[in-house]
Design a binder for this molecule. Sequence first.
Ligand SMILES: [Zn+2]
Length: 163
Amino acid sequence: MHERLRDVRHADGLANQIRHFQYREGVVPEWCRFAHIRCGASDSLVRSWCRQLFQATEVEDCSAPGEPRPGLPVGMRECADCFVAVKFPGLTDRTPVDGMIPARIDTPREMASAMQVLQQDLVDEASRIPAGDVDPARLGRLAADTERFASALRRFGWLATRG
Ligand SMILES: [Zn+2]
């Protein structure tokens, strides 16, 4: 009996893992309405398997893309990062992001904010370096942020112009 109960809970847990959600219509341009997979949530925030945080009021539960379910909004485009992270949880654990710039930037609002963060970091360094304050570890983190930003920017531009 106990074994059976545990099995049910396990099955429930798996079902919960694969709950899709996406930005509500109108919150962001249509091309950034990815159907992410819910990883966790608090009262005000929802976390995706691709390690992004969303305001709970800005997102809605939706069906898996291509699998409409009665009573749920249709999932728009699948978030490949969430899909891969759920299938291969070990992979994402091995690539921790150490910095302020995320590897993936989906929306115009987030892109603008990442640009401002990076700009401020560059301005800070521009004031330190001429004064002789050169810290290789700090510069290494800035370089990693800049590289992440560059690839996120290319992806963003590509997605946005595909519409
Ligand atoms: Zn995702």
